[in-house]
Design a protein around this ligand. Structure first.
Ligand code: ATP
Ligand code: MG
Length: 200
């Protein structure tokens, strides 16, 4: 399974609906400083529910909504809604149809060769709301997180290596570093289960 495309609509600097394709093996995004490269990664973390606002470089969720006056801090009073859709290529059946149906709570998920996870954040006068969709079916964040966990994608995992993470790993104690390797190798999960079993 891999990310086939990300569609951003009024997310951060993406004022217009923009579809960014990704290759299966390796994709590099280049561009001048401040052109929105990191915002694309933020969009992926946002849509997949993989990070809290700090991880996506925003103080509050509504800062993620495109604001034409972002640079000078002026309030546009414009549309206050951001949408990101992450399109996963699941043609290798990393996730089975029944796993997707289960997460969506509906048989009506279309062809699961493609898994589309969409998040929308909408600001009202005194509040904001998040909505999640799985192949166009409305779901909860936990449904998305449970589904992704079955494909080995978790918020605690190292599917995403953020700026500063590498330096942090270098500066770690050997023991802490070993824990990360165990986590990546999937050994940590069994260690935790073993510890639980001993307690019982
Ligand atoms: P660098 O090469 O310096 O890492 P980058 O390409 O990664 O740059 P980003 O951090 O992705 O750049 O984008 C920063 C830009 O996004 C800034 O110009 C900032 O003003 C803009 N931006 C952030 N949030 C919003 C928003 N809510 N509305 C409009 N623009 C925004
Ligand atoms: Mg950047």
């Amino acid at each position: 399974m891999y990310i086939k495309a990300v569609v951003l609509d009024k997310f951060k600097s993406f004022g217009r609906k923009t579809k960014i394709p990704f290759y299966e093996d390796f994709t590099v995004v280049t561009g001048p400083n401040g052109s929105g490269k990191s915002n694309i990664i933020d969009a992926v973390l946002f849509a997949l529910g993989l990070a809290r606002t700090r991880g996506i470089r925003a103080e509050k969720l509504t800062d993620l909504i495109y604001n034409p006056g972002h640079e000078d801090g002026s309030d546009s009073g414009g549309p206050r809604e951001a949408i990101v859709e992450v399109i996963l290529d699941n043609s290798d059946e990393t996730l089975s149809r029944s796993q997707v149906v289960n997460a969506a709570g509906s048989e009506d998920v279309g062809d699961v060769d493609e898994i589309r996870i969409r998040r929308r954040v909408k600001e009202t006068e005194d509040n904001y709301y998040s909505y999640y969709y799985l192949n166009d079916r409305a779901v909860n964040l936990s449904d998305i997180q449970d589904l992704l966990a079955q494909a080995g994608v978790t918020p605690e995992g190292y599917n995403v290596v953020m700026q500063g993470d590498v330096t942090e790993i270098i500066n770690m104690t050997p023991h802490a570093r070993r824990e990360i390797i165990d986590e990546i190798a999937g050994v940590a999960e069994f260690d935790a289960k073993k510890a639980d079993a001993f307690e019982e």
